[in-house]
Design a protein around this ligand. Structure first.
Ligand code: GLN
Length: 286
């Protein structure tokens, strides 16, 4: 096999990744190369004999080295496909997960076409929830909030790149939960994928996640206090007949719905994700 061709570097990288314990070495080698060359992965196959130049080889080597540290592909390529869009991601934000697409489906299914809604994406991270909802329902008014200014900057860039920088009805708010919300803000829907992994599960989490994704977006030291505060305060920002949809850990779903009852929410509903786990909670207000 001739040196430096696409086929050659893929094979070499596959071998190397495999020896370093990466689970899907061939796929990763191909995805990282295709993205770097700006090609669809399938196009690699029709270009197997093409040679990489020095700069390309260096850049690719760097990507493979990164992957060996278990850095997630999405942080190496700075991209993640989610719902109907591709989001920019880096280590300041969580990589959007397929479970969250299920949460979006649930919310969308319960919106009426001819109504106008004001929606909060609480703890927006990359903005994947709020932006995806707005893309489906362009008339929505969406507020994206996050404790992290770095995350909000990313959410703003994703808004521009996905919805266009002329888009109206999207705003950003830096706040730890609702602490810095103007009291007059009221929403028809609050949608959130808050941190929910208990600290004591940290040791069981894969290095791809625990070594690279923002811990603030993942882990909770005191879930009871966190969810109590979240639900107790959320009421002040929901309109009459407003609805709060939340993704959570299967461990907390029942507790969240009990807390909902305590704070005067009604019609609590728990939904299973595609793997049959209780992972989403809906709470109605008023
Ligand atoms: N809303 C973002 C997501 O679903 C970020 C969530 C978070 O940071 N916990 O990916």
């Amino acid at each position: 096999m001739e040196k430096d061709t696409i086929l050659y570097v893929i094979k070499k990288s596959e071998e190397y990744l495999k020896n370093q314990g990466i689970e899907s070495p061939r796929l990763d080698a191909e995805v990282l190369l295709a993205d770097m060359l700006g090609l669809e992965r399938i196009r690699l196959y029709t270009n197997f004999d093409k040679k990489l130049n020095e700069a390309e080889k260096d850049a690719y080597r760097k990507r493979i080295k990164d992957r060996v540290t278990f850095k997630p592909i999405a942080y190496i390529t700075n991209k993640k496909d989610f719902y109907h869009s591709t989001f920019y991601v880096d280590q300041n934000v969580l990589i959007p997960r397929p479970e969250t697409e299920e949460l979006i489906e649930w919310v969308l299914k319960e919106l009426e076409k001819d109504k106008s809604y004001k929606i909060l994406d609480l703890g927006a991270g990359s903005g994947c929830i709020g932006i995806s909802l707005k893309k489906e329902f362009p008339d929505l008014e969406v507020v994206l909030s996050d404790i992290s200014q770095e995350a909000l900057d990313i959410a703003r860039n994703n808004t521009d790149s996905i919805l266009g920088n002329e888009v109206t009805g999207v705003s950003f708010l830096q706040s730890d939960l609702f602490n810095d919300f103007p009291p007059e803000l009221k929403f028809d829907r609050i949608v959130s994928n808050p941190p929910y992994i208990p600290e004591d599960e940290k040791k069981d989490i894969m290095p791809d996640v625990v070594d690279f994704e923002p811990h603030q977006a993942l882990f909770l030291s005191d879930p009871e206090t966190f969810f109590t505060k979240m639900l107790e305060t959320a009421k002040d920002f929901l309109k009459q007949e407003g609805i709060f949809y939340m993704e959570t850990h299967t461990k907390w779903a029942t507790r969240i719905s009990e807390l909902g009852e305590k704070f005067g929410y009604t019609n609590m509903e728990i939904k299973k994700d595609i793997s049959g786990k209780n992972r989403m909670v809906k709470l109605c207000y008023g």
